[in-house]
Design a binder for this molecule. Sequence first.
Ligand code: 5GP
Ligand code: ZN
Length: 117
Amino acid sequence: TTSDTTSDCVFCAIADGRIPAQVVAESERSVAFEDRTPAAPVHVLVIPRRHAATVAELAEASTDDLADLFAVIPEVARAKGITDYRLMVNSGASVGQTVFHAHVHVLGGADFTEASM
Ligand code: 5GP
Ligand code: ZN
């Protein structure tokens, strides 16, 4: 499933401004915003404005959108004042994906070296 927007997708609604979010960084193709239930001191989600269910579907739809999403990540780190961060992507319900609009979690602000997955 890939399209410009889907009316019943919460992250399309955030990208369109129909649902508010605390935007950290954005570009023509991507938006980064605070996770509403942070799992770390820094927890930002980066999404493509284009609807795609998973990052794999995004890559198949537009490698430009995928590249832009990753280009926004250093802007997120700068905006949040961190140098180190962990990127996490859930792809599929069985590994915990709950929102089926592609997104990358940017996690930081804590020492994760002891943490297991
Ligand atoms: P997933 O498990 O799908 O990789 O992660 C989805 C993430 O989206 C979760 O961390 C959840 O807290 C976040 N989230 C879900 N709905 C909303 C929302 O409406 N606003 C914001 N800011 N975050 C959301
Ligand atoms: Zn969407």
